[in-house]
Design a protein around this ligand. Sequence first.
Ligand SMILES: NC(=O)c1ccc[n+]([C@@H]2O[C@H](COP(=O)([O-])OP(=O)(O)OC[C@H]3O[C@@H](n4cnc5c(N)ncnc54)[C@H](O)[C@@H]3O)[C@@H](O)[C@H]2O)c1
Length: 421
Amino acid sequence: MTPTQASEAEAGGAPPTLGVGMVGYAFMGAAHSQGWRTAGHVFDLPLRPRLAAVCGRDASAVREAAARLGWAAAETDWRALIARDDVQLVDVCTPGDSHAEIAVAALEAGKHVLCEKPLANSVAEAEEMVRAAEAARARGQLAMVGFNYRRVPAVAYARKLIEQGRLGTLRHVRVTYLQDWLVDPEFPLTWRLRREYAGSGALGDLGAHIVDLVQFLSGEPIAGVSALTETFVKQRPVPDGPSAGLSGGAGGSLGPVTVDDAAVFTGRLASGALASFEATRFAAGRKNALTLEINGSAGSLAFDLERLNELSFHDHTEQATIAGFRRILVTEPQHPYLEAWWPPGHALGYEHTFVHQVRDLVEAVAKGADPAPSFADGLQVQRVLAAVEESAANNALYTPVPAPSAPVPPAAAAVAATGRA
Ligand SMILES: NC(=O)c1ccc[n+]([C@@H]2O[C@H](COP(=O)([O-])OP(=O)(O)OC[C@H]3O[C@@H](n4cnc5c(N)ncnc54)[C@H](O)[C@@H]3O)[C@@H](O)[C@H]2O)c1
C-alpha cells in the first residue's frame, strides 16, 4: 500500500485504492470502464478501483473518452500511462498486435495487468507474455487475461456442477459461436480482417472464447484438433478513415482479407471426450450466439449466451419417467456472483461479466493470489488456435496440441522465433 492509499484508507475508513490505467477506449474500453466504475459499488471490494487514466492515440478523442467513461486523466502514449505513479494496474483493451508489447512493458514496470483476449497474436508472443508474468509474479505483480464469459453466472455455475461430478464422466462437448456482421461483402476491411493486427479472424476472435470455455468447464486441456477454415469474401473495401472493429466507412479501393471468416473443428479432450467447435461471422441472423452443450455419463448441461440467465440441466440418474432437461434460472443469491445483485428473477446481462471480472481480479490483487484465467491459460488457448491453423493448412489433418506442462522456451530462443528482442 502506498502512503497516499494508506492515509486515504485511514481517513475515511474506506478501502485503499487501486489505481487503474486503461489502453484503448472503444468497444472493450467502454465495457471495461463500466466494470471498473461499477464493481466497487456492487461488491464489497478490499481495494477501491480508481480510474486514474485512459490512453488513446488521438489527443482530443481520448480526452472526450476520458470524460464520457469516467477516467480522471488522458494520455496519448501507453508508455506514459504505464510510467504514472497513480497507476498500479494496466488494462489492455487494444487489438492483439499490441497486447504483448504493452503487457510485458507494464509487468516489467511493476504493474499488475489485465489483458483482453486472445492473449496475443501468436504462440511466440503468448510465451513471451507468460515469461514476463512469471517474472512479475516473483515480484508480487499479477496478470490475468479477459475471457469474460467465464463470469456469466450460469457458466460459472455450470463449472461448479461439473466439478461436483453432476455430469459424471464427460463424453461430448458441442460449442458454437456465431455472428453475422460479415455477411455483407461491402463491409469494410477493418483491423479484425487483417492478420497483422488481429492475428486470425473468427478463429482468434470467437474461437478463442469457446476454446477457453471448453477448457475451463471441462477442467481439461484440448489434446488435439482437426480443422477447416475458410475466407468466403477474399477482398473488401478499404476504409477511408480510422476503423473501429465492428463498423467503419469504406472508400473506393479493395484490399485482401488476410484472416479466416469461419473455422470449424473437432477436438479431443485429454480424458478422451470429443468436442466440436464452430466459429463464424457469416451465420446470417445470429448476432452473438454462443451455445454449448456438454454430455456426461450422469447428465448434461446446455447454455445459450442469448439467454444468459438460464442453464439447462438434465440429471440422468433420476427416474426415467420424470427425468428431462430442466431450466434453471441462475438468479438466486446462492448462484455465483448473484449475492450482490438484484432479487431472484431480476436478470443480468452482458456488461455484468466485466463487473465480475473486476471483482475477481481486485480480490486476487488484494490477497496476492493468482487470478484466473492466467496468462498461462491464455497461452494454452493460443496453442489450440495455432494447432487449428496448422490442421486447416493440412486438409484437416489431426494435429496434437502441446500440453499445458509443455515448457515455455527461454527468452533467447523466442527472440530467434519472433525476431523481437
Ligand atoms: N471479451 C470480449 O467479449 C471481447 C469483445 C470484443 C473485443 N475483445 C478484444 O478486445 C480487444 C480490443 O477490441 P475492441 O473490440 O475493443 O476494438 P476497438 O477497435 O473497438 O478498440 C480498439 C481500441 O484500441 C485503440 N488502440 C489501438 N492501438 C493502440 C495503441 N497502439 N495505443 C493506444 N490505443 C490503441 C484504438 O484507438 C481503440 O480505442 C481485442 O483484443 C479484442 O479481441 C474482447
